[in-house]
Design a binder for this molecule. Sequence first.
Ligand code: KG4
Ligand code: ZN
Length: 337
Amino acid sequence: MPVTILGIESSCDETAAAVLINGQIMSNVIAGQSVHEQYGGVVPELASRAHQANIVPVVTVALSRAGISLADLDAVAFTQGPGLLGALMVGTAYAKALAISLDIPLITVHHMQAHILAHLIEDPKPAFPFLCLTVSGGHTQIVRVNSAMDMAILGQTIDDAAGEAFDKCAKMLGLPYPGGPLIDKYAAQGNAQAFDFGEPKIQGLDFSFSGFKTSVLYFLQEQTKKNPDFVKNNLNDLCASVQRGIVEILLRKVKRAAKETGISRIAISGGVSANTALRKNLTDMGVALGWEVFIPKFEYCTDNAAMIAITGYQKFLAGAFARYDVVPMARIPGIYI
Ligand code: KG4
Ligand code: ZN
């Protein structure tokens, strides 16, 4: 029997819907929210309002691109958390209403598990177990993925997430939000060895970015005192050097995790896995160390609903359905629900 699942994502500033039939993505629609650019970060109330305006059209387009109607759905999967509560409430209320009115199962999805299971959308898919570096605006984790439903966090950030580090450094360089992709863009023309911001000394497989960020801040303050045009004159080199610094912090721990676990299938996921230097340096490291490296397509790196639908499919097959009175959760400990 074919299984048709609608996935809904609304945890931050993307309203997204995707249709999956028998494990195949048939449509993947995303509405972004440019309203936050002028504020230098996501404004939760504005995000909720934009989700409210976008959710019906986004789902309508996802269904029509997949060539199906609501009556064809077998289940609705949605992001229960973690994320912004008001934003999550929009997706949750919509998914619940749909499931109740169609009398079909409702499936809750953990946003970070979904980023990892984005690797099951298309070939080549990593065999289990694999290690996944999950790097987004809110999280930085190294996860041992034993199966779609069994994962363990081996290390995580003790302060900022990698995406946050990119965005905050970008802000110091006068770039608008979200600055991560802009650092990536300017870095392409710059010298990554131009400046050195140091490496945090943090034990085990955990990460820290606050010292790195402070070091960038002090360096910029010192240089602009001497020359007010320092940032403008060195933007490309600054971006390339910041990018190198963050990527080095990430890959040092990935290398250590691979050595400690003996696992040589290495995947990356989350918004920061769209970063050019991270993708290239991980690929090079994989060749040098004999790893099998898995990097998702750009559209499955940043927030999307295809990853929610594929996670929903795994949970559908496992019979892991939610009650209709389920509520969103801004924080969910662990990596799956
Ligand atoms: O996974 P995601 O789309 O949303 C969250 O769940 O947070 O990740 C968003 C983060 C932002 O911090 C953004 O600046 C960063 O991913 N990002 C990048 C790039 N594309 C997105 N950072 C560096 N280079 C990129 N190309
Ligand atoms: Zn995300």
